[in-house]
Design a protein around this ligand. Structure first.
Ligand code: HEC
Ligand code: HEC
Length: 327
């Protein structure tokens, strides 16, 4: 009984700690208590308020003669350079895209794409420096983003509220899912997370068959949930993925080899160490080999090398690794 308590109690503390930390870091990053999105009205008026307020769009964009920022394109009709206001311009850009790619691409798709994946289409003459508006520090919710799209469509476009809010087209829905997943993971920025992943994880893990093969493939990992993923990063020993248990082999001279058992055939065993080195040991030389569930080949100090933002970003990147839909 006592032994159970001593084992379970630290576990609970750690889980509680992770929750507190995630909660704390989210609040930190969004600059104190998150504004609730309950007050947002998915309407052009609601979007206008966010555009000129929390969304900080006005720090780079103007609308016609309203505002003075020029870092991003003007969203109104303005001079020779901007003959069409944003709603009508989105329809035109969407038409060009449909023709080029041979599939349906609507004005709403265009606007939502510019917010969900700003790098996907960079307006001629501008730098790819549009903000990721659903990531810190702006951290717009999906509802707030829908409201902004309604506002931009109302600038000279055909405002179709169901297409924005309740019955979006397939492509728009896919962008919404991306935004929602990022928000679910604490509003991290998945594009920045991809870089953190590349630097810290890809040497051991594969995604779409690219990367190292020391650890399990992470395709579809979002199905295991945010809590599982954060524990896997912070406390690798707690979760030993089946087939990736840590073995400790001791040979006759007392030498220890720690790693994954990646081959066991004939008279030999291969142990792959954390650095990727493969050590082949003849079975006759092994005095003892067993699984040690207090060790993981995945380092437990990875989070120390990351900032809180890196950690948030990588969580949102991994939450986007959705399982493939069954065909
Ligand atoms: C840090 C500056 C910055 C902020 C903040 C910013 N943008 Fe942008 N935005 C740009 C730049 C630069 C471009 C042009 C490059 C590109 O297309 O990615 C752009 C492009 C766009 C476009 C495409 C315009 C066109 O002519 O096709 C839309 C739509 C847009 N932004 C909407 C928004 C909204 C809505 C917000 C606020 C929620 C916002 N932006 C915040 C810099 C910014
Ligand atoms: C030195 C190699 C190595 C590095 C670097 C590494 N991992 Fe791992 N990882 C493993 C191994 C081995 C396992 C399986 C054993 C375990 O679960 O502890 C694993 C397991 C996982 C799991 C659980 C997967 C599942 O399906 O159960 C996740 C999630 C994960 N790693 C994420 C990451 C992330 C994110 C990073 C970078 C921040 C990272 N790993 C860096 C080796 C590594």
């Amino acid at each position: 009984m006592n032994a159970t308590i001593t084992r379970v109690f630290p576990f609970l503390l750690v889980v509680l700690g992770i929750y507190l930390w995630i909660g704390y870091s989210i609040t930190e990053l969004t600059g104190g208590g998150r504004r609730t999105s309950a007050a947002v009205d998915v309407s052009p008026e609601g979007g206008e308020a966010i555009y000129w307020g929390k969304g900080r769009c006005f720090t780079c964009h103007s609308v016609g003669g309203q505002g003075s920022a020029v870092r991003g394109p003007n969203h109104g009709q303005f001079g020779e350079k901007f003959p069409l206001p944003m709603g009508a311009r989105a329809a035109e850009r969407a038409k060009e895209r449909s023709e080029k790619e041979g599939k349906d691409f609507t004005a709403v798709d265009y606007l939502v794409e510019s917010l969900a994946s700003p790098g996907a289409y960079v307006v001629n003459g501008y730098k790819n420096e549009m903000a990721v508006v659903y990531a810190p520090p702006i951290s717009l919710s999906l509802k707030e983003i829908k409201a902004i799209v309604a506002y931009l469509m109302s600038l000279g476009g055909d405002l179709d509220m169901p297409a924005i809010d309740t019955t979006p087209a397939e492509l728009t829905q896919a962008f919404y899912s991306k935004i929602a997943a990022a928000a679910e993971a604490g509003g991290g920025d998945p594009s920045a997370g991809a870089i953190v992943y590349e630097d810290n994880c890809s040497e051991c893990h594969t995604l779409a068959e690219e990367g190292g093969e020391v650890g399990p493939a992470l395709d579809g990992i979002s199905a295991k949930g945010l809590k599982f993923i954060s524990e896997a990063i912070l406390q690798p020993t707690k979760i030993q993925t089946k087939g990736f248990e840590t073995y400790v082999a001791v040979d006759k001279d007392g030498r220890q080899t720690i790693g994954l058992k990646t081959r066991d055939e004939g008279g030999e065993v291969d142990i792959t160490k954390a650095n990727g080195d493969v050590i082949t040991i003849a079975k006759g030389d092994i005095k003892d080999i067993k699984i040690d569930d207090t060790k993981s080949v995945m380092p437990d100090d990875l989070s120390e090398a990351m900032t809180v933002k890196d950690y948030q970003d990588i969580l949102s990147f991994l939450m986007l690794q959705k399982p493939k839909a069954a065909e």
